[in-house]
Design a protein. Structure first.
Lengths: 275, 282
């Protein structure tokens, strides 16, 4: 809260201090779909950089192609032009060491919380006993101690999303790509899981790209907020959020005047018109 | 971490549960409504049988044409005593089960593997529809010629009645898998086979079991139709023989045995379903 201004310098130091190759660089990416024989551009010309240990939020008006962007980043879609470099290299297909999380928890109903957490490790061929230990530890860390043997259908929405987060974090990805992961949660669960996510990501110095339509979420979590324009999408504005690096008090944060100022300016950028 | 607070909060509202007294009350309420449904069903059955018995008890012509519950029960007891009931049940039961397993195994394996290749499934589709539209009964004469009058021809009839349904339901199940879930598997680095084994197969289980329940009846029909065509034992044979001799109550007696067999088999499939899909019980 009050420590926000003190931490400002730390924040900018971190950005300057990262001399190594950034985990993710997007250069002039464009993507369009063909609908009924007509080409409709979704992403116009998009460039962005995710530096090491940085949390970047992307906000944009509804239907601006945020999900298309994410699918392009994780190699499920191929861009029409432009380059995507992970750790300085262009990859074809799935990038390595990247964890994804979507709004839908996509838990497999026939697997317990533990089984769902282990899924990625299992696919990678990690020994079952090790996979179990790591998954148990991850679930404990996310406050799901004692729920490992529960099936998803018996867990609340917030807990299910925590299991999904555990599944994403357990194989220790260097970069996290999150697409509105908390959008379906009630306000309380959302704040708690947001602060836990931020704490875990910052503690382990991972990088995170958060796609969201929730401006408050974007500001409260990120070091930088990128505002996208309407289709065809490009970067409209970038804000460096100077609220301090140690942001776990999600409620206190929201009360600071700087916070509301950021929110107001981004809201204005989004140029939302009531129809 | 604040996470404990979150789950603690959830636990106290969601899963600590209501007081034991209310649980007992709720269980009693549920039990009572089940009992009422059951009582109504029994009442309908008793009324129907009573009416049937009453109408045929003083009318010999009606008793000859429609049989009577008493006569049917008499035949059931007689068939049970002389062992023909058990032998027929055993014969038809094993034909049905063999056809059921063979048809579902082949159908499900093909149906699920069609998920693997969009090309193959598109090529195969019209053939499947064409085969599915053949009334199996029309094939019976050929089946008898090909496989003889013994067990094999009945199993073949039963298998054919099942296989297309099993194929279509399992393929639909495989196609119905959430594409987001497939994407998730891909982003976790899963190979196509891993996606198949860890996602598509278990996700299709619901549809597969719906198919299994449906095909119990089809397998039985196939076996009975096979027995109608040519056989020396089995429930279908008993029905056919009693019918040709105008012993109507005996036809009904064999029919009752057939219904009982269908119910038992369906019940077993349901049990296996609950055993194999424990997450659905919750």
């Amino acid at each position: 809260m009050t420590g926000a201004r003190v931490h400002e310098s730390v924040d900018s130091d971190m950005v300057i201090g990262s001399a190594s190759t950034p985990p993710l660089v997007v250069e002039h990416v464009a993507k369009s779909y063909e609908v009924n024989g007509r080409i409709s551009p979704v992403i116009g010309d998009l460039s962005l950089t995710l530096r090491e240990g940085e949390i970047v939020s992307i906000v944009g008006p509804s239907g601006c192609g945020k999900t298309t962007l994410l699918n392009t980043l994780c190699g499920l879609l191929t861009p029409d032009s432009g380059r995507i470099r992970w750790h300085g290299r262009e990859v074809s297909g799935q990038p390595q060491n990247v964890g994804y999380m979507l709004q839908k928890d996509l838990l497999l109903p026939w697997r317990t919380a533990l089984g769902n957490t282990m899924l990625g490790l299992e696919i990678r061929g990690v020994a079952p006993s090790e996979a179990q230990d790591r998954s148990h530890a991850m679930l404990d860390q996310l406050g799901l101690h004692g729920f490992a043997d529960h099936y998803p259908s018996t867990l609340s929405g917030g807990m299910r999303q925590r299991v999904a987060l555990a599944r994403t974090l357990v194989h220790e990805p260097e970069v996290l790509l999150l697409d509105e992961p908390f959008a379906a949660l009630d306000f309380q669960s959302k704040l708690l899981i947001e602060s836990d996510t931020a704490a875990l990501v910052r503690k382990s110095r991972r990088s995170m790209l958060l796609i969201t339509h929730d401006i408050e979420e974007a500001v409260s979590l990120a070091d930088r907020v990128i505002v996208l324009s309407k289709r065809p999408t490009r970067v409209k504005a970038v804000y460096d959020i100077a609220l301090g690096a140690e942001r776990t008090d999600m409620i206190g944060l929201r009360q600071s005047p700087e916070f509301s100022q950021y929110v107001r300016r981004i809201w204005a950028d989004l140029d939302v018109v009531l129809q | 971490m604040t996470a404990e607070a979150d789950t603690g909060m959830v636990r106290s509202t969601d899963s600590s549960g209501p007081l034991p007294a209310t649980v007992a009350k709720r269980r009693w309420k549920k039990l009572r409504s089940t009992a009422i449904v059951l009582a109504t069903q029994v009442a309908i059955l008793v009324a129907f049988l009573g009416f049937w018995d009453y109408m045929t008890s003083n009318d010999r012509a009606a008793a000859f044409m429609f049989g009577s519950p008493t006569a049917i029960a008499g035949f059931l007891v007689q068939m049970a005593r002389d062992g023909s009931l058990w032998r027929d049940l055993y014969v038809t039961g094993s034909e049905t089960l063999l056809g059921f397993f063979a048809g579902n195994l082949v159908g499900t394996v093909i149906g699920l593997s069609l998920w693997y290749s969009r090309f193959v499934s598109r090529v195969v589709e019209p053939f499947v529809i064409a085969l599915g539209s053949i009334p199996i009964i029309a094939l019976a004469p050929i089946i008898i010629i090909w496989f003889g009058t013994g067990l094999i021809s009945k199993v073949a009839m039963s298998t054919l009645s099942v296989v297309i349904v099993a194929l279509v339901t399992s393929y639909k199940g495989a196609l119905g898998v959430d594409p987001d879930q497939i994407n998730l598997m891909r982003t976790l680095g899963a190979s196509k086979f891993q996606i198949f084994r860890k996602l598509v197969v278990p996700a299709s289980l619901t549809d597969i079991f719906a198919g299994l329940k449906l095909t119990v009846g089809f397998a039985l029909i196939g076996a009975i139709v096979g027995e109608f065509m040519s056989s020396s034992e089995g429930l279908g044979h008993a029905i056919f023989k009693a019918g040709s001799l105008y012993i109507i109550p005996k036809v009904f007696a064999a029919l009752v045995a057939t219904i009982a067999l269908a119910l038992v088999l369906t019940f077993i499939v349901g049990k296996i379903e609950r055993l194999l899909m424990p997450w659905r019980r919750l």
